[in-house]
Design a protein around this ligand. Structure first.
Ligand code: NAP
Length: 295
């Protein structure tokens, strides 16, 4: 069993950490707002007062934080996790960040005598709860193998994408597909509305169509019921598309579809839907059946 520091107990981290505790790993947890850590304390974790305290004396430290700024905020500085980590320990960052950020964090880790892998996940709230995530890992093989017992509890598969940064790069590619699938679905439903089709028929037919991404079938119930409660918060999809565009810019690659997606998710965020599920992009992309019916 691995002595693990676990930092970041949001939608994903709280569920991933709970699975590790259930599997018998010894967890010391930290979260910026105290409530989620108190809940896990009741489940058997130790609660730390700072990231450094969560990291000190642990073989592995896992972070699952919103974005690059959040990871830097908890990693650096006097009470940061790098100050606490023992020399030779392993930092596994499961946050979705850009590859340049992962490489920067790895360099900072090395300067502290700490090893680093990026290990963002594919799969949302329910797969996190069921231990069915897909880990996309960048880093040394030996480091991945050391974290593998944790990945096996939290996930169903692990892909070794390449060196540090490759996991983050692959994750951004994955979320381009995800964003395109959801916005494409929203516009297809909007077209159905405008063409005078029965929205129920359209929703059922399209979500089961061979042209639909499998993830859409998982969201049909939420869309039908107008249940926008967050599984994957829309603000994180907007962030991921932004990080993808920045990374593509650095690579000299134009991504016109991703640029359009980013702005549409940005519209939804600006309209106040950032903390709702990313399927709430429907609310801006599918204005409702107020068009001239053509059927
Ligand atoms: P979340 O529910 O929004 O949780 C974010 C976590 O980051 C919380 O622990 C939050 O602390 C912490 N945090 C944010 N800003 C901070 C700051 N400035 N300083 C310290 N802590 C900060 O997000 P999530 O859905 O769990 O996602 C976590 C990561 O996984 C993100 O990078 C996301 O893109 C990625 N991801 C999410 C999903 C999904 O379906 N949800 C799927 C795959 C990947 P507080 O509790 O104090 O706010």
């Amino acid at each position: 069993m691995i002595e693990t520091g676990f930092i970041g107990l949001g939608i994903m981290g709280s569920r991933m950490a709970a699975n590790l505790i259930d599997a018998g790993h010894k967890l010391t947890v930290y979260n910026r707002s105290p409530e989620p850590a108190r809940a896990l304390e009741k489940a058997g974790a130790k609660r730390a007062g700072t990231p450094a305290e969560a990291a000190r004396g642990r073989q592995v430290v896992v972070t699952v934080l919103s974005d690059p700024a959040a990871v830097r905020a908890l990693a650096l500085g006097p009470d940061g996790l790098l100050e606490g980590m023992d020399e030779g320990a392993l930092w596994v960052d499961c946050s979705t960040v850009d590859p340049a950020c992962s490489m920067e964090l790895a360099a900072l880790a090395t300067a502290h005598g700490v090893r680093f892998i990026d290990a963002p996940v594919a799969g949302s709230k329910i797969p996190a709860e069921k231990g069915q995530l897909l880990f996309l890992v960048g880093g040394e093989t030996d480091d991945l193998l050391e974290a593998a017992p944790l990945f096996e509890v939290m996930g169903k598969a692990t892909v070794h994408a390449g060196p540090v940064g490759a996991g983050s790069a692959l994750k951004l590619c994955n979320n381009l597909l995800l964003g395109a699938a959801m916005l494409g679905f929203a516009e297809a439903l909007a077209a159905g509305d405008a063409f005078g089709l029965d929205p129920e028929v359209v929703l059922d037919a399209l979500s089961g169509s061979p042209a639909a991404a499998p993830v859409l079938a998982l969201k049909t119930g939420k869309i039908r019921n107008g249940d926008w409660s967050p599984e994957f918060p829309l603000k994180h999809m907007h962030k991921d598309l932004h990080l993808l565009m920045e990374t593509a810019y650095e690579a000299g690659l134009p991504l016109p579809l991703a640029a359009a997606l980013k702005e549409r998710f940005g519209d939804a965020r600006a309209a106040g839907f950032g903390n709702e599920d990313f399927c709430a992009v429907m609310k801006v992309a599918r204005p409702g059946p107020s068009h001239r019916n053509i059927c």
